[in-house]
Write a protein of this length. Structure first.
Lengths: 112, 148
């Protein structure tokens, strides 16, 4: 039961997390901050999962980044690019329509 | 301080990365582990110790799993190095096989000439086999690229 649940959650979260990150990063933040802020809104992130995801989003040019070396330790800051904002708009629409569909399916269960 | 523990983990994660990616990812993960450890230590009002670092690393998940999530980013020089290793490996295998074939042929053909023409023929066969090998290798590569 636990494993089945986890597998589903991992699969769903992969997509949602990408959306979460490009929504969050209108203001630039570094990895640790991103994890904290996503946790604060209720999106639990496995710490090792976020960094590869940031790298992928950056490679796809949805995020841009730069190193800040003036703090206590060097940190890589990320920000959503203009292209990222365009995609975000589309992702949100797609996510909402999926949500609506699931809601309808759920209503059908209860209607029985 | 606890660098050994951190380095060991980061090395495992970045093992198969190209050199540029390895440098950046290492720096970033190290900063994360230290930030995370600082936060835990501050919460407990203690100094960062090995147990805290262990806890942070455990929370990040297994190095192999984290490594597998990263996109493949190899630069031209990384690929060149891979190719050089490939040529070396292939040349050694080819030489061994050539010597075997040469000796087998000598059993049947008593006065087999060891001249430039024979060497030339062997070289051409080598080039053809190597080309086939590289083409199939890059086909495998492009499949990986599509997946990531």
């Amino acid at each position: 039961m636990g494993k089945v649940f986890e597998k589903f959650e991992t699969e769903v979260k992969r997509g949602v997390l990408q959306l979460g990150v490009i929504c969050l990063l209108d203001k630039e933040q570094y990895g640790y901050e991103i994890i904290k802020n996503l946790n604060n809104v209720g999106l639990k992130v496995e710490e090792g999962t976020l960094y590869p995801l940031l790298r992928r989003l950056e490679k796809d040019e949805l995020l841009s980044s730069h190193w800040e070396t003036s703090g206590p330790r060097p940190r890589k800051y990320y920000k959503t690019t203009d292209f990222g904002k365009e995609i975000r708009f589309k992702w949100l629409i797609s996510y909402k329509s999926i949500n609506t569909a699931v809601k309808r399916l759920e209503d059908n269960i209860q209607g029985k | 301080m606890h660098n050994n523990l951190i380095n060991k983990y980061i090395k495992k994660v970045t093992k198969d990365m190209g050199s540029d990616q390895r440098k950046e990812v290492s720096k970033e993960l190290e900063a994360h582990i230290l930030d995370s450890a600082d936060a835990i230590a501050a919460e407990k009002n203690v100094k960062v110790d090995e147990a805290i670092i262990r806890k942070v690393i455990l929370r990040m998940g297994s190095a192999e799993e984290v490594a597998a999530m990263y996109p493949i980013e190899k630069t031209f020089s990384d690929k060149a190095l891979d190719t050089l290793k490939d040529i070396g490996r292939f040349a050694i295998i080819f030489l061994i096989i050539s010597v075997i074939i040469w000796n087998v042929l000598r059993i049947y053909i008593k006065d087999l000439p060891f001249d430039t023409v024979t060497i030339f023929i062997f070289l051409i066969v080598f080039m053809i086999l190597f080309s086939i090998h590289m083409i199939s290798r890059f086909k495998i590569f492009s499949k990986y690229f599509k997946e990531t």
